[in-house]
Structures are given as C-alpha cells and as structure tokens.
Design a protein around this ligand. Structure first.
Ligand code: TXA
Ligand code: MG
Length: 319
C-alpha cells in the first residue's frame, strides 16, 4: 500500500466493511488483528467463530486516542500514566469498563473490566479514524496457532473469514502488546509483550506484580499450550538432534547446528528487538519443513521475556 490514494481507498472500504458487520484484517505494529466493530455483537461473535476462540476469552479493544479510550473505559491513576507514556504503541491496559460503554458484552466476555490500547501503526490509526469507533481485534490466527506477522499468515489461517486484508507488509515489532492489569489496585504484568517490563516499571516507579488467577480470565493466550506450531518444540538446546530444524539466536550456535535440516537465526548479532520481529515468521517457516524444532537459549531480559513466554507455550504439551 505504498500509494497514498490506494491506501486511503482500501482503508475506506475496510471501514465500510466494519460498519456492515464484516471482519477485516488490520495491521498493527505488533501483529495483524482480526477486526470487528466492538459495539456490534454479531460481528464480535463472528470473531470468536472464525478463530475457534472460547467465548470466555475477552478481546482487546482498539481506539484512536486516550480520549476515545475514556469513552469506554476508566483510565485514571497509574493506567493513565502508562497510557501517556506508551500510547500510541504496543501496551494494553486492563481497567474498569465504563458503565454504558458502546462495546458488546461478548468482546469483554461479560467482565466489568476491559483491555484497551491505542495502536501506533499508521494503517490501524487510519482505520480507527475512518471507522470512528472502537475496534475489537484479537490476533488474526486460529486459536492456539502461531500469531500472524504478515498478510500471507492471515490468509493462510483465516483467508475465507475476512472480507478485506489490509496488507501493510511485515509488522514492525512482531510480538503482541504487553498487557498490564490495573483493575485491582495493583499493576500486574498479565502478558509480557512488545514493551519490556523494565520500561513499564520505570514509568510506574515500582515493580510490576505477578498476575493472580482472578486477574486472568481463563484465557488460551495465558494457557500453557498456545502459539503452537505443528512441529514438536524443544527449548534451551545445547545440541541439535538428527532430524531437527534449528531456531538460533546470536553468534554462538548449539553443537550439531550443521546437521539441522533448516535453520532460522532470529538475530545473528544477538539483538532481541530484531529477534522479536522475526520470531513468529521464523517459527512458521521451520514448521513448514520439519516435525521437530530445536530452540537455542534466548536471554530472558528486555524483549527476551516475551519471546521466552511464547516459546514456553509453543513447547508445552498439547491439549
Ligand atoms: O498486540 C496485540 O495485543 C494484538 C493486536 C492485534 O492488537 N492483539 C492480541 O489479542 O494479541 P489477543 O486476543 O490475541 O490477546 C488478548 C489477550 C487475551 O489473552 C485476553 O485474555 C486478554 O488479552 N484480555 C482481554 N481482556 C481482558 C480482561 N478484561 N482482563 C484480562 N485479560 C484480558
Ligand atoms: Mg492471540
């Protein structure tokens, strides 16, 4: 969508599709989202059907600005501080839902809290402006699968379910938003993501607390097995076994790397931001050519915390 008028036309058509109650694939700076009008119960229901997502797992609602967030949520205190520091950008806050908010109960799974964020991706911003209302959007993959960082990933998983895919190329960050829960007086890290924990703690001036069972809906994104490729995934390998593909990181490769049937190095220079951007696509590519994937150790600092979170779920026993 390099050409401005082509992009404007595609965005206008997507906004019109949302108004009709159709689903649209929307690029964000994190991953592609499966978007619906958040106030349209039928359209939001279609998201759950398309993804095969359990109805008790609420969606993130995307808005154009902090002011637009205030119309559907109560964003005060620490939530507002985080919003001012990181919006637009890859941070979602879980805060009290504003009574009477024009958001379907299905989107919030009937909870009195709501997850909101203001995406920074210019195409997401344009779509929010053209639609002029809140947009519910989970990652545009089938539930439990690897998250989509290109339009082709969306088409592979959900191509028959979306009326329009706004293709803006690979998403720049490649990992989902960090989710911070602020609905119970604590600031809890509900999901590590594209904003590093330490950057949030610096703004708050205190450490993030761990999630409690009450703060996490019984959500697949939080369940042990998720983000799962078809291949078996083995973590922290120091030695590649015959028949395995290798997901590598940095200059030092595990022993036996030369016999890997395929290798993706997430960042040969050892840069965690680059690794995050390459992560889901790398997993998908290796999944296409191997039945077992060996994963090299990845440092658990900065964005490494979110990468390792996704890796643990990808490697967990399948349900
Ligand atoms: O980067 C992202 O966050 C992407 C893009 C498209 O914005 N979206 C995304 O959505 O990752 P999804 O549905 O794959 O993950 C949303 C997570 C789920 O784990 C859900 O349980 C959690 O947000 N969530 C939503 N509402 C919540 C609430 N009220 N309380 C706690 N967790 C909530
Ligand atoms: Mg997801």
């Amino acid at each position: 969508m390099a050409d401005e008028s082509v992009r404007a036309g595609a965005v206008a058509a997507a906004a019109e599709a949302l108004r009709r109650g159709d689903l649209v694939a929307m690029p964000t700076e994190t991953v592609y989202g499966l978007a619906a009008a958040a106030g349209d119960a039928r359209a939001v229901g279609a998201i759950f059907l398309a993804k095969g997502r359990p109805r008790f797992n609420p969606l993130i609602v995307h808005v154009a600005s902090l002011a637009a967030a205030e119309a559907i949520a109560i964003v005060g205190g620490e939530a507002e501080r985080l919003a001012r520091a990181f919006w637009p950008g890859p941070l979602s806050v879980v805060v009290p839902r504003r009574p009477g908010a024009a958001v379907s109960d299905l989107a919030t799974a009937g909870l009195d809290t709501i997850a909101v964020r203001v995406p920074s991706h210019p195409v997401a911003q344009d779509l929010l402006a053209a639609f002029a209302g809140p947009i519910a959007a989970p990652s545009a993959n089938r539930t439990g699968h690897v998250s989509p960082t290109t339009a082709a990933h969306v088409v592979a998983d959900l191509g028959d379910r979306v009326s329009i895919v706004l293709d803006a190329g690979p998403t720049p960050l490649g990992l989902e938003s960090t989710i911070v829960g602020l609905a119970d007086g604590e600031a809890r890290l509900l999901r590590p993501g594209a904003v590093a924990r330490t950057d949030i703690e610096t703004v708050l001036g205190r450490p993030l607390a761990a999630p409690t069972p009450a703060a996490i809906p019984n959500a697949p994104g939080m369940l042990p097995s998720h983000y799962a490729p078809a291949a078996a995934v083995r973590l922290d390998v120091s030695k590649v076994k015959p028949g395995e593909a290798l997901l590598a990181f940095g200059k030092t490769l595990p022993s036996g790397a030369e016999r890997a049937i395929a290798t993706v190095n997430l960042s040969p220079s050892g840069d965690l931001r680059e690794a995050a951007a390459n992560f889901f696509a790398g997993l998908r590519n290796l999944d296409r050519c191997a039945t077992a994937i060996a994963v090299a150790p990845i440092p658990d600092e900065g964005l490494g915390e979110a990468i390792n979170d996704r890796l643990r779920r990808a490697a967990a026993p399948r349900r």
